[in-house]
Design a protein. Structure first.
Lengths: 194, 194, 194, 194
DNA sequence: GATGAATGAGCTTTCATTCAT
DNA sequence: GATGAATGAAAGCTCATTCAT
């Protein structure tokens, strides 16, 4: 039986190699070496190089979604929920920079696959934000003239751009926590009813 | 004499092909065909495939910067300046979607070249935002507890994520103008002193 | 495991193809076809086209050196040693014309590699001649006013030029043995009537 | 009218570039630049790249033959004639190293053209040696058991190998004159003690 | 005659994928 | 299931040659 362990080792290796070299510059042989398996073994677990990226994306985003959901469910205040989302994303960056790097790259790759996935997994992730915004609006905490569908993208985009900065600039002036606070602050002031 | 016209034709073709297929999937032959020149001709104007991307980035971002600067110089109110920036970026997307698509890809490509350029040309572009924020703070229009260096990334990230949405979703629910207004609104409420 | 057998098959094929077309006109595909392997397989055994030539040179000249050494060690008389050297070289030509052809080409190729190798492997080969001359001088068989360093080049050059003749003129008037005898004779006894 | 001057400038440039890089690594553009003409101009004087090499060979060897003939005609003694030949060749090397370098390369290139030319121009050159040997034999100065056809190759080969040495080793232990004397001496008197 | 921009055929090399062991 | 040697299609790039100016 194909071991789940080996599948996972390959995914971990792929994250590392893709983050390091980018998808197209990464060679199957690099991933195999990093995972400690033979080149051919990878094809017992994945259909092709692209399938590794796809599986990686699917599996990891699932984990992220369930993690952030768990955190948000602990909160009742939409303001604190938004803060929790931001902290979770930037902490993820801190703890698993390579994964965030790969996800960033992937989301800009102009390939039909992404265009498909954006409509499912990724949307599920950022829809968490729009749900929170909607809740806030219902509770009259957030302005009702803001479209949640725009707010979610603006909020995620803001966090993601900070992430990009840290990926490229390993010794930033501000800490992830500080940045999360600031971005929350801008958005909460911006969203809140006065 | 090598014509500037041909240089330009190749750049235009490259934008189209890179946007369509991505840098790595684009073949030199595709660009040559699109530009209506022979494969070898490309090498009279560019050192290699990568150099096309680099030149494209350099030249186009220069144009964008000078355009947006011109628009902002017409305004005196920082609030209107931020709005002008947003409208400019999203209009650029509307008018030259392929260029924005290529720039987005490029900025996530994990290559040493980008890591270099982020520090120069791109920073010059988004620093326009932090300058505006700083002005707003001096005029006591914007909150002083917001770090301009974080605000600039948040603002650009928000716009860029909207751009990404439109690139992938050609028939959006909201118009560029509408989205620009909304994002401005969130940030201005978020930034403004009360 | 990469088989030594395949390495050898490629070297044999390369000798044939290089001899036939010359290094620069030889295509990797030609060598691959001749060796009965795929183009890519060659790159499992050699770094690049040039590396094939280099390896070929290194390996074959090593064999030649050890062969001729063995022959010379059987002799005690420097005169017979010189004869043995000549016969060995011209027999090599008879039995492996293509190899000699490649070595000839290689030794004239104006590349930095040859300029390097001349100083090592090839020098080791022709120094066999100067050692013999020196022995002959010590034994008072050879004139002492002849510089062994010049004699070695003259002797090898004479043989090599004969080789060149046979490579280009497949049906020569004289046999290799005959030519070897004559060249030996000229060198040993001189041209002048006594 | 095509100027003979330009034809010559191109030949001079080709000798330099071929000597420097070898025929196959030399680019037409290199020769054009060295000659101070446009790339296209070369094709007004030569049919193709190969034709430059061919013309060069033909023209230069003609000059060499007439030069050495003139020198030999001054002598009556075959021994002195042989010496004159050797000195001429090694002086040529001293004065026009690049030309000798190109001729050496050319004579080993395994191309049908050379196989053709060996039979005409080059043979004419080294036949000068066999003629001298024959004269020496008629005058009973040289041993009659030596085949002039072998002696000519041995003599030229010896000189040529010295030339090769100097091309690669620019600061040799012996001067051209010294080497010419030695090689003459070996051939004329033989190696054996008498 | 001279130019040099343009051409495009040709070749080396890479690397995802396969499959015999 | 695991291996890694072998495959061969694919593509970037070079450069001899052409031809409009």
């Amino acid at each position: 039986m194909k071991s789940a362990d080996k599948h996972d080792k390959i995914i971990r290796a792929a994250i590392k190699v893709f983050a390091d070299k980018g998808f197209f510059n990464a060679r199957i042989a690099d991933i195999a070496k990093e995972a400690g398996v033979a080149d051919g073994t990878i094809y017992l677990y994945f259909n092709n190089k692209y399938d590794i990226l796809l599986s990686l994306f699917e599996e990891e985003i699932d984990k992220i979604i369930s993690e952030v959901r768990k955190l948000i469910d602990k909160e009742t205040d939409p303001e604190r929920m938004l803060a929790a989302f931001a902290h979770h994303y930037l902490n993820l960056l801190r703890d698993n920079k390579e994964l965030v790097e790969v996800l960033q790259m992937e989301l800009r790759q102009s390939t039909s696959f992404i265009k498909e996935y954006r409509k499912t997994k990724f949307v599920e992730y950022i829809d968490i934000i729009s749900e929170i915004v909607r809740q806030g609006q219902q509770r009259e905490q957030f302005r009702k003239d803001v479209l949640p569908g725009i707010a979610k993208r603006a909020y995620f985009g803001a966090l993601d751009e900070m992430a990009r900065h840290w990926i490229l600039q390993p010794n930033p002036r501000y800490s992830p926590g500080e940045a999360a606070e600031q971005i929350c602050s801008i958005f909460l002031y911006g969203l809140k009813t006065k």
